[in-house]
Design a protein around this ligand. Structure first.
Ligand code: SAH
Ligand code: SF4
Ligand code: F3S
Length: 469
């Protein structure tokens, strides 16, 4: 079946569920774990669920439908899910709540087996390739009160035209490609998200144009490896060239031209695919933020090789130097894993060395977590937990001292800030973010919400800056 026909079919199921739920005032609760891609998937799930007549609640106890969108990139997510499922048992018994679990973790057989065994009251299990079929799965569950499992092992298609309910009205995420072909040896994502598939440029441009019309100012382009956008099997023979778009760089340039959009971000690019045309596009497109997330993972060439990252310590540093020389005011953020199998003290020192040299604006630090089914899990010389924690703390100390130093450079400067609204910790104050994604807190009238304004930075605090109009 064509993907568009499949979506039409799901829209009919949406109508059927809506009809079945008429006048019942039903509520749903959703918990999203994991990355921005999963959050974007949840926005699509919320879009479908709200069209089916459910209103959102933050209290799972009062929900008629509870949905978990799961992540399995690190171990702690599993404990969290099983804890939540345990808590739901009583609620299910009292209320007959429908329990649905989707996302990356559901692509792992040892997890779905455990759910069948220990949490048999779960109603719907769906995977990453069947998200669009949620209306059909839900309808069948409501009608026949049977349990559903709808997980596909093969790669899904790219489905367009699902309803979407976004969490913000100024910042929006737009997925541009699905899946990953890189198979970094520590990572589960390629196994649970399948091979790389890019969306058609026309669908992406139309989505961004629509967002601009609705008043969105900031767009984040999402993918596990955004700079392999369109350079994948699926498009090779098709010779796609929609409005001159045939690569990630040309996509950035096209989005940069859309009126109304003021900021463009993207996550995550892979250093091995960071070609010169992308660097030029970032430098020349005024809306593309000059904060680039460039995942390092490790600073040791030995470890990078075992991780299958396909670049060396020196190549990473050369790339950073080239980017800094061509993109004025460039800042960088990164992801680092400590304690990967076989990481020696010397390897770890290499990571610290790269961090010292590059001086990142922000570092997302992770302790290596063994994932069943990945090559990393089977490697000898796994690092003991205490050493992983020691190294993590050492890295954290270095990163925090750099952030503090870095923050001082902001004091006295004028920054363009996209105002997001009242601060969560102090509703008297407003909060917003700089181009480099720093949080700025300041005093000002509520009408500034959703606007980009100039602020003078007056002081710095570890996790935020203070500004004045
Ligand atoms: N595709 C992106 C991000 C994928 S997951 C990229 O390549 O950068 C987000 C981050 O989680 C990764 O960058 C990595 O730092 C971390 N991560 C992935 N697998 C992990 C594991 N098994 N243990 C610890 N951290 C992991
Ligand atoms: Fe995982 Fe590597 Fe793919 Fe990122 S690029 S999702 S870290 S396999
Ligand atoms: Fe997690 Fe899946 Fe994202 S494993 S990090 S939610 S792609």
């Amino acid at each position: 079946m064509e993907t568009s026909q499949e979506i039409e079919k799901q829209k009919q199921y949406i109508e059927k569920v809506k009809e079945a739920n008429k006048g019942k005032n039903l509520k749903y609760y959703i918990l999203t774990m994991g990355c921005q891609l999963n959050e974007n998937d949840s926005e699509k799930l919320c879009g479908m669920i709200e069209e089916m007549g459910y209103a959102k609640t933050e209290q799972y106890q009062e929900a008629d439908l509870v949905l978990f969108n799961t992540c399995c990139v690190r171990e702690n997510a599993e404990d969290k899910l099983f804890g939540k499922l345990g808590e739901l048992k009583r609620v299910k018994e009292q209320k007959g709540t429908i329990i649905a679990i989707g996302g990356c973790m559901m692509q792992e057989k040892h997890i779905t087996d455990k759910i069948h065994e220990s949490y048999p009251y779960t109603d719907i299990i769906f995977g990453t390739h069947t998200l669009h079929k949620f209306p059909e799965d839900l309808y069948k569950t409501i009608q026949s009160k049977t349990k559903m499992q709808d997980v596909l092992d093969i790669d899904g298609e790219v489905y367009e035209g699902l309803p979407i309910k976004r969490t913000s009205n100024i910042k929006a995420s737009v997925t541009i490609m699905y899946g990953c072909n890189n198979f970094c040896t520590y990572c589960i994502v390629p196994y649970v998200r399948g091979r790389e598939r890019s969306r058609h440029p026309k669908d992406i441009l139309e989505e961004v144009e629509q967002l601009a019309k609705e008043g969105y100012k900031e767009i984040t382009l999402l993918g596990q490896n955004v700079n392999s956008y369109l350079i994948v099997e699926q498009w090779k023979e098709k010779n796609i060239d929609y409005q001159g778009i045939n690569s990630f760089a040309t996509l950035l340039r096209a989005i940069n031209k859309i009126d109304g959009i003021e900021r463009i971000r993207f996550v995550s690019p892979h250093p091995k695919d960071f070609t010169d045309d992308v660097i030029d596009a970032i430098a020349e497109c005024e809306k593309v933020c000059k904060l680039v997330h460039l995942p390092l993972q490790s600073g040791s060439t030995n470890v990078l090789k075992r991780m299958n990252r396909k670049y060396t310590k020196e190549q990473y540093i050369e790339l950073v130097d080239k980017m800094k020389s061509r993109i004025p005011n460039l800042t960088l953020s990164t992801d680092i894993i400590v304690g990967f199998a076989g990481e020696t003290e010397e390897d770890f020192e290499d990571t610290l060395d790269v961090v010292k040299k590059v001086c990142f604006e922000q570092v997302y630090m992770f302790i290596y977590s063994r994932r069943v089914g990945t090559p990393g899990d089977k490697m000898p010389d796994q690092i003991p937990e205490e050493i992983k924690h020691e190294r993590f703390n050492k890295l954290k100390e270095l990163v925090e001292s750099q952030i503090e130093e870095n923050n001082q450079k902001y004091v006295g400067t004028i920054q363009k800030v996209l105002v997001e609204g009242p601060s969560k910790n102090n509703p008297e104050l407003l909060t917003g973010r700089t181009d480099s994604n720093k949080v700025v807190i300041f005093e000002g009238p509520a009408e500034l919400k959703d606007k980009i304004i100039d602020l003078k930075i007056v002081s710095e605090h570890m996790w935020y800056l203070k500004g004045e109009i």
